[in-house]
Design a binder for this molecule. Structure first.
Ligand SMILES: [Zn+2]
Length: 233
């Protein structure tokens, strides 16, 4: 078994995993940012408020106009001399007074609504500026991330090619053993021997194991602690 080549395969696979993770990270960053979403929502909320306030103001103005017309009509009747009965006159006057109080209330609502509209309009203006700024800065950041993504994709393709070249030179048994251990051991099947310890689990290796790994006549030597294939280098 070509342990050196298996170790080469291991290094390629570790790098492939790193690149995969980085690309996933970039993709998340390329997705719409929270800041942008918040800025958009703020503008939309203020726009809805503006529409509601406008409707309320129109309503109040219309009510005011209707009340004004009815007041004029009643006052006209009062002055015309058509009504002579004292009680009726009193009732008519009371109705006019009541309508005037209503009109004052309605005018109050219209005025308050107008002030609110002005405030909301100013806020909307500020929020639109913020949104434009966030959109501009997001665009710059997105451009950088896109470039980075392209770079990592190229790197990924190169690693895939390297992997292909290496696996072509390994026999089926070696590849199967590698795949089995990699699956069980978090993607790491081959560990380098480093100063008498296993490079993957860091356990001290018995001298016999180290010397066997050094000789390595085609038979894989395993770390007694983690079970990975040892590569003495
Ligand atoms: Zn180990």
């Amino acid at each position: 078994m070509d342990i050196a080549r298996l170790y080469e395969l291991q290094k390629i696979d570790v790098n492939l995993e790193k690149v995969r993770r980085r690309v996933a990270q970039i993709r998340r960053k390329l997705a719409e940012s929270d800041e942008l979403r918040q800025a958009r929502t703020a503008v939309e909320t203020a726009q809805t408020e503006m529409e509601q306030l406008h409707a309320r103001q129109l309503d109040a103005e219309l009510n005011g106009q209707q009340l004004a017309a009815r007041i004029t009509e009643s006052e006209h009747r009062l002055m015309s001399g058509e009504v002579r009965n004292a009680k009726e006159l009193e009732a008519l006057q009371a109705s006019i007074d009541s309508m005037k109080r209503q009109r004052a209330q309605v005018e109050d609502v219209a005025l308050t609504t107008l002030q609110l509209r002005e405030e909301t309009e100013a806020r909307l203006g500020e929020q639109r500026v913020t949104l434009a700024q966030v959109e501009a800065s997001t665009q710059v950041a997105q451009g950088t991330f896109q470039q980075e993504e392209a770079k990592f994709k190229r790197m990924y393709a190169q690693l895939k090619q390297q992997r292909q070249n290496v696996t072509e030179r390994l026999d089926a048994d070696a590849l199967e053993l590698y795949a089995q251990i990699a699956q069980r051991k978090a993607g790491v099947a081959v560990a380098a021997v480093q100063h008498g310890t296993c490079g993957a689990c860091n356990m001290s290796l018995p001298t016999g194991v180290v010397s066997n790994a050094n000789i390595q006549e085609g038979n894989p030597i395993f770390c007694p602690s983690c079970g990975r294939i040892l590569f003495a280098g």
